[in-house]
Design a protein around this ligand. Structure first.
Ligand SMILES: [Cu+2]
Length: 323
């Protein structure tokens, strides 16, 4: 009984927060920069908004800048899609980025089941890959590519795999994880609105791994997905193999830009021993650095989901009266 009541209250709180933040603030503010809604020539542009900085994070849109991600019917053991270009025709020419013309990332909406694969392009513009969707659930598929003559894009589409749905809770934030016998530790704390270095350090059996193998043009490839909407963040490696300063481990540094406070799931792909391994972390962006006063947040401890929604929760604060 009590749980039900509390959940109901939580849902109402969320609705209120989203109504305010997204309904009024974000959507209206950002709508003018979503390409395709205006077929004008920029007459609507305002001087106050720099188009680049105003763009949404990647992966939230199925269609952006005239390009649309279109899933294609495929056998059950295959995933296939096309990218339709501004002329409505499938795009067949792509630039290589991070060693590939197309990066396909899939994850369930609960941020479990992450896979990063590289489909094959057919002459008619259809991309195909052995199905990366591992089991039932609500999946998001991200196509990360650069059409020749265009700019880099990440489009996202929902894909449902029927079956019994099991919601997996987001693992608690952690700075260390293990995968395939490797231990990976994370240092650095992403801060909203600025470029933050994140360093991942790989060891095995207590020994630092100093012979990581290049993978996708770097000693690691990092993807970050935001909890709540699966915004897909571009994270750039700091340095490339052979540049004279970047070592093949044990530390790999990335530069991450997170658009907001909140929880993110990080997925580090690294190659060692001829195989690609994926280490996963939950991080909370906007966590004050050590020594910084934590605003007026009470020391509740234990809620890994980040700052509580504000506005309405501060009853009882001295001096906060009602009219
Ligand atoms: Cu890739």
């Amino acid at each position: 009984m009590r749980t039900v009541t509390r959940l109901a209250g939580f849902a109402v709180g969320l609705a209120a927060v989203f109504g305010t933040t997204y309904g009024i603030g974000r959507v209206v503010d950002r709508a003018p920069v979503v390409e395709g809604r205006h077929d004008g020539d920029g007459a609507h542009a305002t001087d106050e908004h720099d188009e680049t900085s105003d763009r949404l994070p990647g992966g939230l849109l199925v269609s952006d800048r005239g390009y649309t991600l279109e899933p294609v019917d495929a056998p059950a053991d295959e995933f296939a899609f096309r990218i339709a270009g501004p002329d409505g025709q499938p795009v067949t020419r792509y630039d290589v980025a991070h060693d590939k013309q197309m990066h396909l990332i899939v994850a369930r909406r609960d941020l479990s089941g992450f896979r990063h694969v590289h489909p094959e392009l057919a002459a008619d513009g259809t991309w195909r890959v052995d199905t990366p969707l591992a089991g039932a659930g609500l999946w998001r598929a991200f196509a990360d590519f650069t059409p020749t003559g265009g700019e880099p894009l990440t489009l996202g589409v929902d894909v449902t795999v029927p079956g019994e749905l099991t919601e997996r809770p987001l693992p608690a934030p952690s700075t260390s994880t293990t995968v395939d016998g490797y231990t990976v530790t994370l240092t650095g704390s992403p801060q909203p609105g600025r470029t933050s270095p994140l360093t991942l350090t790989v060891s095995r059996g207590g020994q630092p791994v100093t012979d990581l193998e290049p993978y996708l043009g770097a000693y690691g490839h990092l993807v970050a997905l935001r909890r709540g909407d699966m915004a897909y963040l571009h994270v750039h490696p700091d340095g490339t193999p052979g540049d004279g300063r970047t070592r093949p481990g044990p530390a790999v540094t990335f530069l991450a830009e997170v658009p907001s406070a909140g929880s993110y799931r990080l997925y580090l792909d690294f190659r060692h021993g001829g195989a690609v391994h994926t280490a996963e972390f939950t991080v909370v962006a906007g966590t004050p650095a050590a020594g910084t006063p934590a605003a007026d947040a009470p020391p509740t401890g234990g809620d890994p989901s980040g700052p509580a929604p504000t506005g309405g929760a501060d009853h009882g604060t001295p001096g906060h009266g009602h009219n």
